[in-house]
Design a protein around this ligand. Structure first.
Ligand code: PHE
Length: 347
């Protein structure tokens, strides 16, 4: 029996040293010390021993049990330390590795130009106002003196929401003139930028959605000179003192007299040709049409409760995309809407 106990001790201690996981340790504990374990099996035979042998064997058995328990505890500590160590190692975060670079965007080039235009007009004392894109035909046409049957009212040009053609996507920012004038008394000095919509096929110079900036100034003694002064100031600030602009007579139902303003082509500098070829940006014209403008029609003033005998005003509506194309030397309008980052990153 002595030999049996010694064998158990040496085998047990060797097995414990070899066990490398908490589960293996637990298995060994049951096998060695459990009710059906090896040591218990030996102890069950104690009854067969003589009275002298029994205490000796009892002591030996206790020391074997104590040695096993002690080693078990020691291995438990060692293994859990090793498990923790391995876990820490596998979950380690190297805080010195450089982070992923998140690409940072910037303002869209068109918004950059819009911001420039707004800044210039705010500097001239204009107030920026905003209005609805879904508009009443009444504001978009009728109160702007655009009569029934006018071609711009045509269903092939305008996006209507209702069968009676009373609600639409605004085709111009000019309805903001009415919205401002019916709510404010002169002096009025506002700028109203926003989206407008027309049933245009998209090509290099047209898009079914584009941006306009409406300007309106109403006060006593406002003349065409004030209109020209404001627009020439804008253009020189944007493009530099050397820029040439020209005003041409035109017709709009809501201004009288009316004009259009062109800027000299930024590609061919007014010559109409580049390297012996017709300039593709201005189609050989030498000029690029930028905006419509004029003196607010007396009928429009009157319709908003403003006395045309006492007050006069000017209004203009400029195309922001055209402006941005000139300012940033972009030759195809679609590039502005494609949002290809290879294009956008250049600004
Ligand atoms: N609304 C006109 C257009 O879209 C431009 C314009 C605005 C003309 C203000 C005169 C006065 O063509």
């Amino acid at each position: 029996m002595k030999q049996q106990l010694e064998n158990i001790r040496s085998q047990a201690l060797a097995a414990l040293e070899q066990a490398s996981t908490p589960a293996a340790l637990e298995e060994l504990r049951v096998k060695l010390l459990g009710k059906k374990g090896e040591l218990t099996a030996v102890l069950k035979q104690m009854g067969k021993l003589s009275a002298e042998e029994r205490p000796v064997m009892g002591q030996l058995a206790n020391s074997v049990r104590a040695a096993i328990e002690e080693t078990l505890e020691k291995r438990k500590t060692e293994i859990s330390a090793a498990v923790l160590e391995a876990k820490l190692e596998s979950e380690a975060i190297d805080v010195t590795i450089p982070g992923d670079v998140v690409p940072l965007g910037h303002q869209h080039p068109m918004n950059m130009v819009l911001q420039e235009v707004k800044d210039i007009f705010v500097g001239l004392g204009y107030q920026i106002v905003d209005g609805p894109e879904v508009e009443l035909a009444d504001y978009n046409f009728t109160r702007l003196n655009i009569e029934e049957g006018h071609p711009s009212r045509d269903r092939s040009d305008t996006f209507y929401f209702t069968d009676d053609d009373s609600v639409l996507l605004r085709t111009q920012t000019s309805p903001m003139q009415i919205r401002v004038m019916e709510n404010a008394k002169p002096p009025i000095c506002i700028l109203a930028p926003g989206r407008v919509f027309r049933k245009d096929e998209a090509d290099a110079t047209h898009s079914p959605m584009f941006h306009q900036i409406e300007g309106l100034v109403v006060d006593e003694h406002i003349t065409m000179g004030d209109l020209k002064g404001a627009l020439i100031t804008l253009m020189k600030r944007l493009y530099g003192e050397d820029l040439e602009v020209r005003f041409r007579p035109h017709h709009f139902p809501f201004t009288e007299p009316s004009c259009e303003m062109d800027m000299q082509c930024h590609k061919c500098h007014g010559t109409g040709e580049v390297g012996g070829q017709v300039c593709s940006t201005c189609h050989g014209e030498g000029w690029i049409e930028l905006l419509g403008a004029g003196m607010v029609h007396p009928k429009v003033l009157e319709g908003c409760g403003i006395d045309p005998e006492k007050y006069s005003g000017f209004a203009f509506g400029l195309g922001l995309e055209r402006m941005a194309m000139g300012r940033l030397k972009i030759n195809d309008l679609r590039l502005i809407f494609d949002n290809d980052t290879r294009f956008l990153n250049q600004f």
